[in-house]
Structures are given as structure tokens and as C-alpha cells.
Design a binder for this molecule. Structure first.
Ligand code: ATP
Ligand code: MG
Length: 421
């Protein structure tokens, strides 16, 4: 048996219905906030991510699917969406618009250790606002994210907010933190000992219990950000209030990507276990320029779809099929009539399936049951000669003979009744 690659999952029905529901809700909510969809490739030149995400980040250091194509060009399966969206924004001169509000949905690839909530191919719904530095935009985009969670009925989540300062004030904090960490070096985990020099901010985000303890009294970034960043942060909080969005401040929250400046955030749920972030993002004011574009601001987020699906499944039990109809046919004449009714029901957007004659009536009834049909229409030669159909409610088991004319209307009525309760 050939199996799928470790960390790469199949998403099977009926769970795919849940995924469609999530995607549909995102499209609906994002549209009213003025966002349009962008579809970017799943593979890019490696340099885009090396430059965009940062050489010393975990992603670029050890998680990318990078290989040479047949022309010996180094290519990488995208580990995240922002770099590609920014590349497209620059390449197609979308900067000529007053601002670009874009969203994407699709798979990302990271060579991580697979575990609950962490896979090697996973999916994100992301959104980016390019060209606006106003703190109102941070709050508005966060409000959109929260509106999305509300729409899909997830209310048990928390918005954690922080500011990472800018290229002027963060280096000062970085040095201060480096000093603090150097003194405690021996007590940190191996990975963090190495990070002290390359990426010290990531140390205070380490999940190992020892590192959390050791860094408990580490200096806080919020005491070091410059006045401009402070004002921006205060304004974001003020606008969040105006938009009616609740949050908590978490000065220990740093992000795994280098490009973030000022506002950063995570949406967390304590129902997720140790992989507790279901969405994350922030402001990235230097990235567009870093990638060769104009000096414009950016703000964005990405939602982890696997983790979101996990949360929704927990809340609602299993996803069920739409109420459907199954047509059982015995004999050639019945088939002719059955196919006619089948087509009519489908044209009216009802889920309708038909039995195959080689299974016989017993086999077809079994199939109807297994497929979860709510109603079964049974057509045999006897029925056909009387212009009748046996109409069976699979849930109650009640069946009756009804007139073949107007059967579509009858079924539509019954399905509407079922949907009402
Ligand atoms: P984490 O701290 O959980 O590793 P991250 O900081 O790497 O997250 P981002 O790159 O900001 O996460 O991605 C945004 C969201 O995408 C995360 O909050 C999470 O829900 C999801 N995500 C990230 N990596 C994975 C993965 N390997 N498998 C499944 N979902 C993921
Ligand atoms: Mg990660």
C-alpha cells in the first residue's frame, strides 16, 4: 500500500463540508470589509522567503521544503503566504491603488515535527492590507478577524496583543534581552542557548517549561519601544475599543517571522492544547521595501485551518450530510421514470442519488441507508403501471404510495419541512 507522506493529510468527507463552510464564511466576511481574493503560486524562488521571512528564523533555518528544479534553480514550497502576496503586489504594481486589501486560502508547507495541530502540509486563510500605516487599519483588520470567528460560531477565543517596536527601538531591546539571557545561558534549553545571539526574542516565546521559568523576569518589550511606536500602539488599542473588540496584552508574545514591526497578535484557544494559536499576524512596515517595492506599510494575519476545524468539530459533534433523496428503481421502465425525476430534483438543487439495477431492491435500499438518504422513492413496474411511487421517510420508517405527477414538488415540500426543524 502506498500511503501519504508523513505530515501530509487527506481531508475526507464529511469533514470537507466543514472546510467549505469555513472558507465560505471567510469569503463572506472579508468581502464586506472590502477585501478581494488573490491566488498566488505554491512555489516561489527560495530567495523570496530567505529575504522576506529572515535567515535566522526557524522557518528558513530548518523548516523549508527547498530543492533544485530541473534547471538547477533553487525553489521552495511556500511556508507562509505574506511573502508571495507582497511579491505579487510589487510585480503587478498593485501599489497604484490607494490601498490593497487581499486575502488568500491555500496550503502551506513546513518541515516540522508532526503532532496534534502541527503538520507538514497545512492550510491557511490569510489577509493582507498593503499601503496603510494608520492604526485604525490594524484595529479594523482585527475586527474583521473576530467577525469571522463570530460568524462561524467560535466565541471561546482570546485576542492577545503586543507591540514589537520598529527598526529604531527593537535593537535596543534586543541588546538588553541578550544581556539578560547571557547571564542565564546555562539554564536555557539547547535551542535557546543558540538563539541568544541569532534570535533572542524567540527565546521568551519558547514553550519549554524551564525556559519559561528562567525568562519570567526578562525585560518587557513594552518598556523599550520608542514614542512613535508607543503612540501607534495606544491608538490601536483605542480603535479596538471603538470597533468593540476585546483583547489582552501579552508582552511575551513574539512572532516567528522577522518582518513584523509594531502590532503583533495571536488568537488563542485553551481547547487546542500546546499548539494553542489558531490565528496570528501583525504589522510589517519594512517588508515591501525589503522585497524591492515602494516604502509602504503592511498588516496581515493567517488563520490555521486544521486547528480551526479541530475547534469547530469539538463544539458541534460530527458534520452531517444535507438531507437527501434516493431513488430505487426496479426494471427498465422504472429506470426511465427514475432518471427523469432524478434530473428534475438535481436541477432544483436537491441532493439526489439513484440505485444501480445490478444490486436489486434489497441492495438499493441498503445503499440508500448507507448514504444517509432522508427520503427514498421506490419505483417498480407495479408502481409505474399505476403511475405511482412509494415514498419512504427513512427516519420514521413510514411509507406511502403517492402520485407520480408532481412528485418533485412533494419532495421539495418534505425537504423544506425537514430543514425547518
Ligand atoms: P506556532 O507558534 O503554532 O508554530 P507560527 O508562529 O509558526 O505558529 P504563523 O506562521 O504565524 O504561526 O501561522 C499562523 C497560523 O497557522 C498559526 O497560528 C497556526 O494556527 C497555523 N500553523 C502554523 N504552522 C502550522 C503547522 N505546522 N501545522 C498546522 N497549522 C499551523
Ligand atoms: Mg511555527
Amino acid at each position: 500500500m502506498i500511503t501519504s507522506i508523513r505530515g501530509f493529510n487527506d481531508i475526507l468527507p464529511p469533514e470537507t463540508t466543514l472546510w467549505q463552510h469555513i472558507e465560505g464564511a471567510a469569503r463572506e466576511v472579508f468581502k464586506v470589509y472590502g477585501f478581494s481574493e488573490i491566488r498566488v503560486p505554491v512555489m516561489e524562488k527560495t530567495e523570496l522567503f530567505a529575504k522576506g521571512i529572515g535567515d535566522t528564523t526557524d522557518i528558513v533555518e530548518k523548516e523549508m521544503y527547498t530543492f533544485s528544479d530541473r534547471n538547477n534553480e533553487s525553489v521552495t514550497l511556500r511556508p507562509e503566504g505574506t511573502a508571495s502576496v507582497v511579491r505579487a503586489y510589487i510585480e503587478h504594481r498593485l501599489c497604484n491603488m490607494p490601498c490593497a486589501k487581499l486575502y488568500y486560502i491555500g496550503p502551506m508547507f513546513r518541515y516540522e515535527r508532526p503532532q496534534k495541530g502541527r503538520y507538514r502540509q497545512f492550510h491557511q486563510i490569510g489577509a493582507e492590507v498593503l499601503g496603510i500605516s494608520d492604526p485604525m487599519s490594524d484595529a479594523e483588520t482585527l475586527d474583521m478577524l473576530l467577525a469571522f470567528f463570530k460568524k462561524i460560531g467560535l466565541d471561546d477565543i482570546e485576542l492577545q496583543l503586543n507591540s514589537l517596536g520598529c527598526k529604531n527601538c527593537r535593537p535596543v531591546y534586543r541588546e538588553k534581552l541578550k544581556q539578560f539571557l547571557s547571564e542565564k545561558k546555562e539554564q536555557l534549553c539547547d535551542n535557546c542557548q543558540r538563539r541568544i545571539d541569532t534570535n533572542p526574542l524567540r527565546v521568551i516565546d519558547c514553550k519549554s517549561r524551564k525556559c519559561v521559568e528562567v525568562t519570567d523576569d526578562a525585560p518587557s518589550i513594552l518598556d523599550y519601544i520608542c514614542n512613535e511606536c508607543k503612540t501607534h500602539f495606544e491608538e490601536v488599542k483605542g480603535y479596538l475599543y471603538l470597533f468593540g473588540a476585546g483583547y489582552s496584552i501579552n508582552p511575551r508574545m513574539v512572532r516567528g517571522l522577522d518582518y513584523y514591526t509594531r502590532t503583533t497578535f495571536e488568537i488563542t484557544s485553551d481547547k487546542l492544547g500546546s499548539q494553542n494559536a489558531v490565528a496570528a499576524g501583525g504589522r510589517y512596515d519594512g517588508l515591501v521595501r525589503e522585497l524591492g517595492g515602494p516604502d509602504v506599510s503592511g498588516f496581515g494575519f493567517a488563520i490555521g485551518m486544521e486547528r480551526l476545524a479541530m475547534l469547530l468539530k469539538e463544539g458541534s459533534g460530527s458534520t452531517s450530510h444535507e438531507a437527501g433523496i434516493f431513488i430505487v428503481c426496479i426494471g427498465k421502465e422504472a429506470e426511465t421514470e427514475g432518471i427523469r425525476i432524478l434530473k428534475e430534483l438535481r436541477e432544483r438543487s436537491l441532493r439526489a442519488e439513484i440505485g444501480y439495477h445490478d444490486k436489486g431492491i434489497k441492495g438499493q435500499m441498503k445503499m440508500a441507508d448507507k448514504l444517509g438518504a432522508r427520503f427514498t422513492l421506490i419505483l417498480g413496474d407495479d408502481e409505474i403501471s399505476k403511475r405511482e411511487i412509494t415514498f419512504k421517510d427513512m427516519k420514521t420508517g413510514v411509507q406511502e404510495k403517492v402520485d407520480i405527477e408532481g412528485i418533485a414538488e412533494r419532495v421539495i415540500d418534505e425537504i423544506a419541512q425537514v430543514k425547518k426543524v
